[in-house]
Design a protein around this ligand. Structure first.
Ligand SMILES: [Zn+2]
Length: 301
């Protein structure tokens, strides 16, 4: 079997610990059912079996695709999954359909050297490997921005792309091989490295809170929580008003905003990883903040 799909997938999903890889066979005539298979991360035997079946299907005229984001569950044979099914995004990418040489030249001087370039058998797929993220809002913005900056097609976080090492069987592509042009797995980025026009220039000053007039959580306490998250957990205020930070519960792989966000007005903290919703009281105790020192959990009227 051609080892290229495996080499590519191994590099792409290196930092991903759980979830499912989703593979789909799509016939170029677009009118047939599109079967998928969801392979648990780490199940190498099932992965090899799936890749070999996908290559047989490819030899029989089907396009072979993989979904860049992992899925949370095995979605079964007839579902590829949408935004609610995603577990983690391991790379940013663009799909460039124009002149390949122009695109390659443009990328040579691009400020983010790509981790992987793939000739899609018609155009170019460009990948930047990142620490896997679940910050779907920011990831979507960055994908949009990359596409517009590099004149690529619109992409989305639930995207499936052609698998390197398989043939592009669209009528006008003559079975051109989709293949790796370059692979630099050592070029790893974080989502936060890719600014969007709506991203605040991550200011070093601590954000101050909007004033609160209703009863609600105690603003002095919330400010102490925000200060602590900014000081000790890499926190910063995002354009959407949420505070991104490392999850105070701890993850073996994390970066500010990857899992954890705080609504600094309502005092609601959420870890999109395994820790879920955190009550203000519990957040305070994780941060060693005593609400009583700030006048209690709730604002007095
Ligand atoms: Zn967490």
């Amino acid at each position: 079997m051609n080892g290229e799909p495996f080499t590519f997938l191994q590099a792409l999903y290196e930092g991903v610990e759980e979830g499912f890889l989703t593979f789909t066979a799509i016939h170029p005539d677009q009118h047939r059912p599109t079967p998928s298979r969801h392979v648990p991360i780490g199940d190498k035997r099932l992965l090899m079996d799936t890749l070999s079946r996908l290559q047989s299907a490819n030899a029989q005229g089907w396009g072979a695709y993989f979904s860049v984001s992992t899925r949370k569950t095995d979605l079964g044979r007839w579902r590829r999954g949408g935004k609610v099914d995603l577990a983690a995004l391991p790379a940013l990418f663009v799909d460039l359909d124009g002149n390949r040489d122009v695109a390659l030249r443009q990328l040579e001087t691009y400020r983010f050297p790509p981790s992987c370039l793939v000739s899609s058998g018609g155009g170019l797929h460009v990948y930047w490997f990142i620490q896997p993220t679940m910050d779907w809002v920011q990831a979507s913005l960055v994908l949009q921005e990359l596409a517009s900056e590099l004149n690529g097609d619109a992409t989305n976080i639930a995207q499936a792309l052609r698998l390197p090492g398989t043939r592009n069987l669209k009528p006008n592509r003559n079975g051109a091989l989709c293949h790796l042009i370059s692979l630099h797995p050592e070029r790893r980025y974080q989502l936060a490295d890719f600014p969007t026009s709506s991203t605040h220039s991550a200011g070093q000053t601590l954000p101050s809170l909007p004033s609160i007039t209703s009863k609600r959580p105690n603003p002095r306490l919330l400010q102490a929580v925000v200060d602590c998250l900014c000081r000790e957990y890499g926190g910063f205020l995002k354009a959407n008003g949420y505070l991104a930070a490392l999850c105070p519960c701890g993850h073996c792989r994390d970066y500010p905003g990857s899992h954890f966000g705080l609504d600094p007005v309502r005092g609601v903290a959420t870890c999109f990883g395994r820790h879920g919703r955190l009550r203000l009281k519990d957040l305070c105790s994780l941060l060693h903040i005593r609400p009583s020192q700030y006048g209690g959990l709730y604002a007095s009227r």
